[in-house]
Write a protein that binds this ligand. Structure first.
Ligand code: BGC
Length: 747
């Protein structure tokens, strides 16, 4: 029988000669699928038994092994032989995936290839900055390049599919997974989502170095109450549509071919059983042609949520909601046949799910050559390729945000002695961050080494000072002594890798342990001192801003973190990153984001009955879009092409930006709008455009934007997405706080 399938496929493949297996945009901008692939899918579907069909919907996990004999559960290996598995996750390496694929292809009846998925979140072996950090570069080409390299390395190591990008908007830095997304803003988050998907999926999924991307976690996972992972989400339909859905919609429009359901419930319905979300919004309204995978056992977790009494009910809810693949939940494989027999689900529904999965397997070229990703020579050449490391360094330095600089930076390369202090200064394991795929600390370069390489003739005095967590100050004396004898002090502090990421929410956002005390003690020496922060989320560091002369936010910068930090500290790169997320002053202000509503009683210091705290300002420590440079930029000649525009007109917006400092540098010019009166209240500011421009010292460039009525659209009172006539403000500037404004009217 297997021979028959292969023969059919070969005939079909010859039909498609000269045809690229790819997704195309039809005239409506919606994705359409190559009809040849549809024919191939149907021909395979016709040969499948119901058990084999259900098998395609089943995803099981390996154990992360990359070499040697297959060591994951023998019952899983047998399930592959029986055609009961469509996809595996956590199976790695060219030779290892080859062995596993061989079981499916040679030992199952139909020989349908497996799809291998893995969390390639910010690099495979060459690790880039954590996604939140990378988003701080506001350079979409760099972000795309980073995802491309992740795809090149992962695909060379047998992976077909990454569970990335996480496109969840996150406005609560207590939530550990804030590190995995692009921050707080739906407009910017959508742009980053598209760049990452383009990078992973490449020009054509049929290329053997492209991997399938996965937009996750659908939906509103980032809105967990109290920032506690997996917690309940209770939000209005408006907030869902305006804030949380846009990056997912952008992902569909960019051609993403898989989605992952989120763990959380929204307003009482867990996503894995949410028909309105999956079949409704995603598959029907947005015409999504890929497949939806559950999150890890999230179908089963509907029992714990209290919405399904048993596995049978959970499977019923999930299949009828439109979840196509069950990740390590064993629910579909155990229950779908019975549900079919009982008439709760139809074979058409099962076929639709199988079709979506087979379609992607065809598009990836797996039916042409199931082993095309298992190429040990390519793996050897691509993993940690020097070019990849160079780009990782470039992206890391672009991602760093200069938060404060009182004439300390850049440090001179002629410096005689530098103290490099702190628990993260000589660290290689933590700086690659969490979700670091096959990345290893041993391949990373620490800040200490980066500094040594940068200023080889300077005397470098290193002391750890303290641990990241823990109460011991035993190392302080040595650190202080070394700092005392140095010309400048670099203090590298922050969070461990496993303090942000999944299930790593924090109730306090201080520097852990005694790191604050270490920084304050060193600061007493009154040396030129810079704090390099490495962390997976905004921290509450108002005390630091009030005390130390310079702060560089380096995030968890990845394999090339050390050299990248040194490039910035010693002026080989002028920092250009801007925050993609607000830094609050204190935890009590959370959630704090720039695009809040005005309220009926906006804060007025002199008026008691206005919206404020009695013990904290409302303002953030550092606003969204904020970041300094070694140079200064002046904005002038802000202009717009009209005071009034009609619904089909375009408004041109321009501003001159002059580099008024001594260094060449890049500025992220940001454009915001405010709709002053709407049928529903509108945010005080909404990002609608940005451009990152390089300007030489003393030079001026004109930056132009265009706004159309559709840029001003929102979900009106009746939830129609459209612009409303009325008065608007338009703002430009270098962050969401320090802006110039003009007014115009939309008629
Ligand atoms: C996470 C997903 C991840 C999956 C597979 C889950 O716990 O929520 O983001 O892709 O595990 O590792």
């Amino acid at each position: 029988m297997k021979l028959r399938v292969i023969a059919v496929i070969l005939i079909l493949a010859s039909w498609s000669c000269g045809n690229k297996d790819k997704i195309a945009n039809d005239s409506n901008g919606k994705l359409s699928i190559d009809p040849v692939i549809e024919q191939k899918v149907d021909s395979v579907l016709k040969l499948m038994t119901i058990d084999e069909k259900i098998g395609q919907l089943n995803q099981l996990t390996g154990n992360g092994e990359t070499t040697g004999p297959i060591t994951f559960a023998t019952e899983y290996q047998d399930a592959i032989r029986r055609g009961e598995v469509g996809s595996m996750l956590n199976v790695n390496g060219a030779s290892y995936t080859y062995k596993v694929q061989k079981i499916a292809v040679e030992e199952s009846r139909l020989g349908i290839p497996l799809l291998f998925g893995y969390d390639v979140i910010h690099g495979y072996k060459t690790i880039f900055p954590i996604p939140l950090g990378e988003a701080a570069c506001w350079d979409l080409d760099a972000i795309e390049k980073s995802a491309r390299i992740a795809a090149i390395e992962a695909s060379a190591a047998g992976q077909h599919w990454t569970f990335a990008p996480m496109v969840d908007i996150a406005r609560d830095p207590r939530w550990g997974r804030v590190m995995e997304g692009a921050g707080e803003d739906p407009f910017y988050g959508s742009k980053v989502a598209v760049a990452r998907i383009k990078g992973f999926q490449g020009e054509n999924l049929a290329d053997s170095n492209s991997i399938l991307a996965c937009a996750k976690h659908f939906a509103a996972y980032g809105a967990a109450m109290g920032g506690r992972d997996y917690n309940t989400v209770d939000i209005s339909k408006r907030t869902l549509y305006e804030v949380y859905l846009p990056p997912f919609k952008a992902a569909v429009d960019a051609g993403v071919l898989s989605f992952m359901a989120s763990f959380n419930e929204i307003n009482g319905i867990p996503s894995s059983g949410n028909k309105d979300l999956m079949n409704g919004i995603l598959k029907s309204d947005w015409n999504f042609k890929g497949f939806i995978v559950s999150d890890w056992a999230s179908i089963r977790e509907m029992l714990v949520h209290g919405i399904a009494a048993d596995e049978y009910e959970a499977a019923n809810l999930a299949m009828n909601a439109g979840i196509d693949m069950d990740m390590e939940g064993h629910i579909y494989i155990n229950q779908l046949k019975k549900l079919l027999a009982d008439g709760k689900v139809t074979e058409k529904q099962i076929d639709d799910a199988v079709r979506r999965i087979l379609r992607v397997k065809f598009m990836l070229g797996l039916f042409d050559d199931p082993y095309r990703y298992c190429d040990t020579a390519r793996e050897k050449e691509m993993i940690l390729n020097p070019r990849h490391l160079e780009i990782a360094r470039e992206v890391a330095r672009k991602s760093m945000v200069l938060l404060k600089n009182n004439n300390v930076l850049p440090l001179s390369k002629n410096i005689k002695s530098v103290a490099v202090i702190g628990p993260l200064a000589d660290n290689k394991d933590e700086i690659i961050g969490t979700w670091s795929a096959r990345g290893e600390g041993k391949d990373a370069i620490s800040v200490l080494t980066g500094v040594k390489q940068k200023v080889p003739s300077a005397k470098i005095l290193y002391a750890k000072g303290c641990d990241i967590a823990g109460e011991s100050k035993a190392g302080f004396a040595e650190a202080i002594a070394k700092a005392k004898s140095a010309d400048a002090v670099i203090v590298v502090v922050g969070e461990a890798a496993m303090m942000s990421g999944e299930a790593l929410s924090r109730a306090f956002l201080d520097l852990p342990g005694v790191q604050k005390d270490l920084v304050l003690e060193l600061n007493k020496l009154n040396k030129p001192m810079v704090v390099v922060l490495m962390n997976g989320r905004p921290l509450t560091i108002e005390w630091m801003d009030n005390s130390v002369p310079a702060i560089l936010e380096a995030w968890l910068p990845g394999t090339m973190g050390g050299p990248a930090v040194a490039d910035v500290l010693f002026g080989d790169y002028n920092p250009s990153g801007k925050l993609p997320i607000t830094f609050p002053r204190n935890v009590g202000q959370i959630p704090l984001f720039y695009s809040h509503k005005n309220t009926g009683r906006p804060r007025d210091e002199a008026e008691r009955y206005t919206s404020k705290y009695i013990d904290s300002p409302n303002t953030p420590l550092y606003p969204f879009g904020y970041g300094l440079s070694y140079t200064t930029f002046e904005y002038s000649n802000f202009g717009i092409s009209a005071k009034e525009i009609g619904m089909s007109d375009t408004l041109k917006v321009w501003v001159d930006v002059t580099n008024t400092g001594k260094y060449d540098g890049e500025e992220v010019v940001q454009l915001y709008i405010r709709d002053l009166v709407g049928s529903v209240t509108r945010p005080v500011k909404e990002l609608k455009g940005f451009k990152k421009v390089f300007i030489k010292s003393g030079e001026k460039v004109r930056v132009e934007f265009t706004l159309t009525a559709s840029d001003l659209a929102f979900y009106t009172r009746t939830m129609e997405f459209k612009p409303e006539p009325g008065d608007f403000k338009v703002f430009v500037g270098g962050n969401s706080r320090d802006l110039q404004e003009l007014s115009f009217r939309l008629n």
